[in-house]
Design a protein around this ligand. Structure first.
Ligand SMILES: Nc1ncnc2c1ncn2[C@@H]1O[C@H](COP(=O)(O)OP(=O)(O)OP(=O)(O)O)[C@@H](O)[C@H]1O
Ligand SMILES: [Mg+2]
Length: 235
């Protein structure tokens, strides 16, 4: 199975990357680093010459370019080279009239598989940040069905996907979502019982057909983005 380098160095060393054409779910609370993970992945995909799309439902591309620049990821350059495209649903929401907003939001909220219709042609790598914007009115049954369909279609198109789901939504749907996806990582903050200090930790819940570390990995968001501090040398 061909693997895609995620850009999180320690994880890539340990796992050899994430399987191509599969979906990796990223969950986490506000400020845990989900978007930074997404941008780091986008940058890494572009470095691998993959045609990449970033669907953003909350922030506009200007803010995402700015955030990327802080880590020296030149996503503007990737866009100019035709490798990266931001699809701004947040922007769309702001620009259309109120009536149109309702139609669009309502249809998307009732059925997030409609996202499939806006993925650019020839897309090889995709980030959806954040699917939680479109799941509010769904029952767990509907959520599961739609997620299964989304993941199935993405696999059929061989699009390696990073699917971001915020904690507010994932508290409700997380358990269900875990079964539909090929891999899942949860980002969180917790108090270190020894030092009493809060730290960022990452739980690689699963990656099918891949050796993964079982312990929580502590990480920092530094000048190069997300960096794992823990030694991953269990096996
Ligand atoms: N240049 C930077 N250097 C270090 N840390 C940063 C930098 N920029 C942002 N951060 C940290 O990253 C956090 C935000 O990360 P990010 O936007 O990826 O979170 P998120 O999980 O997407 O949050 P949300 O759920 O609100 O979308 C900030 O709260 C800040 O602590
Ligand atoms: Mg975010």
């Amino acid at each position: 199975m061909k693997r895609i380098i995620t850009g999180i160095e320690s994880i890539d060393k340990f796992t050899n990357g994430f399987p191509e054409g599969r979906t990796l779910l990223i969950t986490g609370e506000a400020g845990s680093g989900k978007t930074i993970f997404g941008l780091q992945f986008a940058n890494s995909c572009c470095l691998q010459n993959l045609t990449t799309a970033y669907i953003t439902t909350e922030e506009d591309s200007e803010d995402l370019y700015l955030q990327s620049n802080a880590f020296n990821w030149d996503l503007k350059d990737c866009t100019e080279k035709g490798l990266l495209k931001f699809v701004e649903l947040a922007q769309k929401r702001a620009e259309v009239t109120e009536a149109e907003v309702n139609v669009e939001l309502d249809s998307m909220k009732g059925n997030f598989t409609k996202l499939l219709e806006i993925i650019p042609e020839n897309c090889q790598a995709l980030i959806i940040d954040n699917i939680g914007s479109y799941t509010a009115k769904l029952t767990p049954y509907e959520f599961r069905n739609q997620l299964d369909l989304l993941v199935y279609e993405l696999k059929k198109r061989n699009i390696t996907t990073l699917l971001i789901l915020d904690s507010a939504t994932s508290d409700e749907f997380n358990e269900i979502a875990l079964y539909s996806v090929y891999g899942a990582i949860n980002l969180m903050k917790r108090e270190n019982p020894y030092t009493g200090r809060r730290e960022r930790v990452m739980d690689i819940i699963k990656v099918r057909s891949t050796k993964t570390p079982t312990q929580f990995l502590t990480y920092e968001i530094g000048s190069n983005g997300i960096v794992i501090n823990s030694a991953i040398d269990l096996q």
